[in-house]
Design a binder for this molecule. Structure first.
Ligand SMILES: [Zn+2]
Ligand SMILES: [Zn+2]
Length: 350
């Protein structure tokens, strides 16, 4: 089969490799779509903060969906108490949750599945014609949901996790800093909670997309001070909740400054490389701010994400700006790296 293989910084090649074999309790999937995620991009650009020993070459990609073409031995993998194994058949259209959690460790038992101590990357290598995944990691895609829409389950699951670490009530003023694909998902979820949503970004086309997806106000951060503008838009008070969907120190500082008394600030994005941020702690103390982080997602977030897409509660199709065949996977990464458009989607097979 053909697969993309990353050899080093900006060195991504499409090569012929052996097709993977499904092991016991696994399925082999013909991959129809795989989204380019910011984390894939960090690997490609060599900007990961914790440069763990990642063996190269490797096939990136975890936001993938496709059709089950074969099943491994039906014997269950060693009983690990993980999520119950669904019934999956050859021909099923599926989307794969890459976070294979154990269900048994301290963090899983206290419900913090996104920090499972025995996490396995059950699913990787989506920029390829075929992949394998444990059956427990697969969700069947409803007929009317396309593969590329289902590929948004992973990023949307991260957003659902973030929203459980902040508070948005009906009528609240919410600011989303950053109108990339992630910010546009936050916008939609905040709207669904009955908030008035303000979106800030320096790129005009992204602000257009924000308006189209329901932003009540947008701020062009290329020529406007977002903090002053948020105050103007909120009768001087600031926002009840700010979600910072940009991984950089200055937007985080702005997020703390634009939050109102008793407000919430969620730091959704990591900063790469890691940065120090000079912050006046009085901003947090005297405004009684609640500053939270959020990272990754739980199995339940992933299932809920598919449900939101299935019922049109969150629209993901408008977030796809570019589509590429597998042979052009490098162009997909370069497009994402240049922040051209929104989501780059790779379509390995038809
Ligand atoms: Zn992702
Ligand atoms: Zn665990």
């Amino acid at each position: 089969m053909k697969a993309a293989r990353l050899y080093g910084i900006r060195d991504l090649r499409v090569e012929d490799v052996a097709s993977p074999d499904p092991g016991p309790g696994e399925a082999m999937i013909r991959i129809h779509s795989c989204g380019v995620c910011p984390s894939d991009l960090r690997g490609y650009l060599g900007t990961r903060s914790s440069a763990g020993p990642t063996s190269l070459p490797r096939t990136p990609g975890h936001e993938w969906a496709g059709v089950v073409v074969a099943l491994g031995d039906s014997a269950a993998p060693e009983s690990d108490g993980g999520p119950s194994t669904p019934t999956i058949r050859v021909g099923d259209r599926v989307v794969a949750d890459w976070r294979y959690v154990c269900g048994q460790c301290y963090q899983c038992r206290r419900g913090v599945f996104n920090y499972c101590e025995n996490l396995r990357r059950g699913v990787r290598g989506g920029f390829a014609e075929y992949g394998v995944a444990p059956l427990s990691q697969l969700r069947v895609i409803p007929d009317h949901v396309s593969f590329e829409e289902a590929s948004f389950c992973e990023p949307l699951a991260c957003i659902l996790n973030a929203h459980s670490y902040t508070q948005i009530a009906v009528g609240n003023d919410v600011v989303v800093v950053g109108a990339g694909p992630i910010g546009l998902l936050h916008l939609q979820l905040a709207r669904n909670r009955g908030a008035r949503v303000i979106v800030s970004d320096p790129i005009a086309s992204r602000l257009d997309a924000a308006r189209e997806l329901g932003a009540h106000d947008v701020i062009d951060a290329s020529n406007t001070d977002p903090v002053a503008r948020v105050r103007e838009l909120t009768e001087g008070r600031g926002a009840d909740t700010v979600i910072v969907a940009v991984g950089a120190a200055e937007p985080i500082r702005q997020g703390l400054a634009m939050a109102t008394i008793n407000g919430w600030v969620n730091l959704f994005a990591g900063t790469y490389p890691s940065q120090e941020l000079p912050v006046d702690p009085n901003l947090i103390h005297y405004k009684q701010l609640r500053v939270t982080g959020s990272h990754d997602f739980t199995p339940h977030n992933f299932s809920t994400a598919l449900k939101l897409i299935q019922f049109g509660i969150v629209r993901v199709k408008p977030l796809i700006s570019h589509r590429f065949e597998l042979d052009a996977v490098r162009d997909a990464f370069e497009t994402a790296a240049g922040r051209l458009g929104l989501k780059s989607m790779v379509l390995p097979t038809k």
